[in-house]
Write a protein that binds this ligand. Structure first.
Ligand SMILES: [Ca+2]
Length: 189
């Protein structure tokens, strides 16, 4: 068979397999997943009153594998405390949102002692996606609990920062464990 005949058959076959009227699926991208199985938290940073909290991997009752990450508020603090990680966004695609999923459990934390805050960086500079109020207050829970939220992104944003922020009441103390945290970008509506 001549190579042109093979090419025509291949092209025709592909068209038959993927009819043009099927809507194109908006691209998605797995940006990052943290299962903490390397026993490290070196992609995370602490900001604020660092003597008053720790963030490290922990092997007691992980959600998956051998490790989770443990945020321990050793004592109260009237100054801000944050644990954060920044992810680079590939800008070839105008991402419209990011889906964040994780599992958490806690001990001695009141509802809302820790909130999730989200920051994006665009050509205009950094801005809170969540505005001035907490984006998502976390509820205290003794057993592993699934948390999921979708945050809007400004198309063209270059980085995205996920914060676990401790409420500045001076009273918050206790422990939060987090595991299987994933970030998935979506270019759809
Ligand atoms: Ca794990």
């Amino acid at each position: 068979m001549h190579w042109m005949q093979i090419l025509i058959i291949l092209v025709f076959g592909l068209k038959m397999s993927f009819p043009a009227e099927l809507p194109a699926r908006a691209p998605t991208l797995w940006l990052a997943k943290f299962d903490f199985e390397d026993g490290r938290v070196d992609r995370w940073a602490l900001e604020g009153n660092k003597d008053h909290f720790t963030f490290a991997t922990d092997s007691a009752l992980p959600h998956s594998g051998r490790y989770s990450a443990r945020l321990n508020l050793a004592r109260g603090s009237d100054k801000a405390r944050h644990v954060l990680t920044t992810l680079r966004l590939p800008t070839e695609t105008p991402w419209k949102s990011v889906l964040i999923r994780f599992f958490m459990r806690s001990s001695d934390l009141a509802d809302g002692d820790i909130v999730v805050n989200l920051l994006e960086r665009t050509a205009k500079g950094p801005s809170w996606i969540s505005g001035k109020s907490p984006y998502l207050p976390l509820r205290g829970c003794a057993d592993w609990t699934s948390v999921e939220l979708r945050a809007p992104l400004t198309p063209g944003a270059t980085t995205f920062t996920f914060y676990l922020s401790v409420r500045d009441t001076g009273l918050a103390r206790g422990t939060l464990w987090i595991d299987d945290l994933s970030f998935e970008c979506d270019a759809g509506e």
